[in-house]
Design a protein around this ligand. Structure first.
Ligand code: FES
Ligand SMILES: [Fe+2]
Length: 415
């Protein structure tokens, strides 16, 4: 049993303690109280569109399979053979009728049910109870606009609807970039990054408005000179928003209508207008934002970002490029080109972030300087019409947002 910690003291409203980024006992508590008992992102519908499709991923440290059975129902299953514990599926995605363990050959259905045991005559009557040896299923699975979440060990204390209530309008804006309101995830590639630092560094970093002109000085220079990005970035009237339950939004830009017409071909604007109406189409095209759905998921302009904690000081991040359904191929090609300008191992922006994350990971060993400050704009923070905390886009309202939920979940004793 860990020493109980006062997480409200370690994750204060304007600063966090370095031990939250390095201490194995804290990491253990986070897995038990946040990752295994609240809504965690696992997949998008479009990754497993057909009966028999599956993908493998992780909830915290636990390997899971997200499968679609032959009736079309989605299952989130612990990828751990019920005999002696091997993972029963080793590939990232595919299509199958069942999963067969590589050790002794037990076979499990797409719904996790134990279908067959190899060499069954070696078992005497009463030695195995097949009904109790199905793969463990997540306690709860839910989805919104194709985004699938699961809670592994326990029914979460809030509904998915409640969890997403403060940010649904942004998820809707993201999906309505397609005339049919649907995106396809991962069809146009995945970037994988590893860094030597805690998972919360990427939670904070996915909605970082302050660092961009510094860390990404070269990319910003190109974007301003060649790509029409506003040079007065710092002075733009944009916001960071606390969307509740750890979720947040960073507004990255709002284009004036002339800029929308310059940026997107008329045929594409017409296509969206026919689908959604003029005002909605323009709203979708004007708005650019990053958002985090706490704890492990972010949406940025052209990507789904999945944050996987591996250890207190090691994290994997996957950037799944998103494709718009039912738009001209040239629009999706353009999204790939713009994505790869900034993101990916050889791009202009992303590698800068991961180099900085490694440096944060190193710096957090300096216990003589124990506080990580997230207080920029704290004293001028306001409230918007929906009652959400709001601050300037280069301030830190959006980074403070996850810690309200962090304190709430980590206070749950005994989990
Ligand atoms: S560990 Fe899976 S069949 Fe033995
Ligand atoms: Fe960055």
């Amino acid at each position: 049993m860990n020493q109980p910690r006062d997480y409200a003291d370690l994750a204060r409203v304007d600063r966090t303690h370095v031990s939250l980024y390095t201490d194995p006992d804290v990491f253990h508590d986070e897995l038990e109280r946040i990752f295994y008992r609240s809504w965690v992102y696992v997949a998008h519908d479009s990754e497993i569109p057909n009966p028999g499709d599956y993908k493998t991923t992780f909830i915290g440290l636990v390997p899971v399979i997200v499968s679609r059975d032959l009736a079309g129902e989605i299952h989130v299953l612990v990828n751990r053979c019920m005999h002696r514990g091997a993972t029963v599926c080793a590939t990232e995605k595919g299509n199958a009728r069942s999963f067969t363990c590589p050790y002794h050959g037990w076979e499990f259905g797409l719904d996790g049910s134990l279908a067959a045991v190899a060499m069954p005559r070696g078992y005497n009557a009463g030695e195995i109870d097949k009904d109790k040896l199905n793969l463990v299923a997540a306690a709860r699975v839910g989805s919104y606009r194709g985004i699938i979440f699961a809670s592994l060990l326990a029914e979460p204390d809030i509904s998915l609807d409640q969890k997403l209530g403060g940010v649904k309008e942004y998820i809707d804006l993201y999906m309505d970039f397609s005339p049919v309101g649907e995106i396809l995830v991962g069809r146009s590639g995945v970037n994988k990054h590893l860094y030597e630092g805690n998972w919360k560094i990427q939670v904070e970093g996915s909605v970082e408005g302050y660092h961009a002109p510094v860390t990404h000085a070269t990319a910003f220079d190109v974007m301003i000179r060649k790509m029409g990005f506003p040079a007065n970035y710092q002075d733009l009237p944009l916001h960071g928003i606390d969307g509740g339950y750890g979720n947040n939004v960073l507004e990255v830009y709002r284009l004036p209508d002339e800029a929308v017409f310059k940026r997107w071909p008329a045929e594409f604007i017409d296509l969206l207008t026919q689908a959604h109406g003029r005002e909605r189409a323009m709203e979708v095209l004007r708005t650019r934002f990053n958002m985090v759905l706490f704890p492990n998921f972010a949406i940025l302009e052209y990507q789904f970002r999945v944050i996987r904690p591996i250890s207190p000081e090691r994290t994997e991040v996957r950037l799944y490029h998103t494709t718009l359904k039912d738009v001209p191929a040239a629009i999706n090609t353009r999204r790939v080109r713009e994505h790869e300008f900034f993101y990916g191992a050889a791009a202009f922006g992303g590698p800068d972030d991961y180099a900085v994350f490694d440096r944060l990971g190193a710096g957090y060993h300096a216990r003589m300087a124990p506080w990580v400050y997230l207080n920029r704009g704290y004293l001028s923070e306001g409230t918007d019409d929906h009652g959400r905390r709001i601050g300037g886009h280069t301030q830190e309202t959006q980074q403070r947002a996850p810690y309200y939920e962090y304190r709430r979940l980590m206070a749950r004793a005994g989990a």
